[in-house]
Write a protein that binds this ligand. Sequence first.
Ligand SMILES: [Zn+2]
Length: 442
Amino acid sequence: MVLPSTKKAYAYTVLSASWNGTFATYSKNANLGSLYSIAVDDAANDWSNSSSPFDFVADSASANNIRFDARSELGYTTVTYTPSTRTINSFIISMDNIPPFPWWIGGAMPMNYYDFRTAVRHELGHALGLGHTDTSNRLMSTTLPPNTARSVDADAINGSRFMYDSSYTGSPPERSYYGLTLPPYSGPGTYDDQSTAISYGGWAPNWLTFNPAANAGFSTISRTGTIGSRAHIALGPSTVNKITLFYSTGPDRRNANVYIDQVNVGSINAQTPEYRRQVGKTWAMTSAASHSFEVRFGPNAGLFDVDMFAVNIATVGSGTYNNTDAQLRYFGTWVPTTGISGAYNADHTISNTAGSLFRFAFDGDQITYYYTTAYNRGKAAITIDGVDKGYIDMYTLLTYRQQSTTFGNLGPGTHILNVNVTGQKNLLSLGTYVDVDVLNVP
Ligand SMILES: [Zn+2]
């Protein structure tokens, strides 16, 4: 009797981009020093001497460079490719040169050291077009434990043959959610963290799904506590001019760096005194060409989550937007209420459920938020573009309609206002209600 096997025949993924040819040159940065430089050659020769059809050839003039860089992961490979043909043009391999990742290149390996040649073999696998496999104990596995050496193994060779050997008839690549596979381009629209448009990776990635996550977009988030974990979306091919990242802030949330086309375009500080869902920040693209967008958790220990990616998010410009306007997006428990004497349009929308929120995407340098203050009002937490703007305490002994707070000097472009019901209140207040009457963009 033959039992069905759950073991994958071939454990490899591909970047969906490959070289035009069966070899690549590489140069070694002087910062490797002589011993590490020799170890790099060893790893490259391990590929060339294997049955992989793809070879690496040392060439001190090559633009494909291998070097030490300060990173928070063992190694990182940047591959550039032509989107229309998905032809790889160049690569940079950065091996970490900062603690806590001590390298081993010879002699007895001390505890908790990492085999440098194995790590370079792995990165060279990326350089020739391989992604990660979530099958363990492979050269291209997502993680490399300390004190572990791996050769250019059969799975890596099969992946290489799939790309570079036309006579290859073995299994095609597996699809790996945790792969480094470059997903198809994503054009305008909204992509949940669970979308296949998002790929998750990084050194020892540890992205956990939370479903349901109250008041999150599509009711899910993906959360990591592992520094260097990455979430990536490929934008394009030609109609993307901005991307908005939605994430949660909270007391245990920390920071992340954001990269567009591998260039750091800023950092996010997601720490706030209480949890706030669907905090958003938008980055504009300087050209209409395709782009990669990546969020990388770190450098401070804690947690970070991604909730949604909105490509070319719909915005409104200057105008007056009643609480019933479709541009105000409500999450949690909110009650639209009419017959409110003194309120704009005699209505407002109100909540006293902690964690409920509304958000509003607009273009303009300034926004004014109108609300009611009264004996039963609590505190609203305001976040704009991921920046904590503090609280509005809506308590007053008497009732006052159309009170307002203005947030200005936001700069040109798209902004995301997030108003969160905190459940907190002034000691004198008899409730924690927060309402929205109207928003005005001048
Ligand atoms: Zn890798």
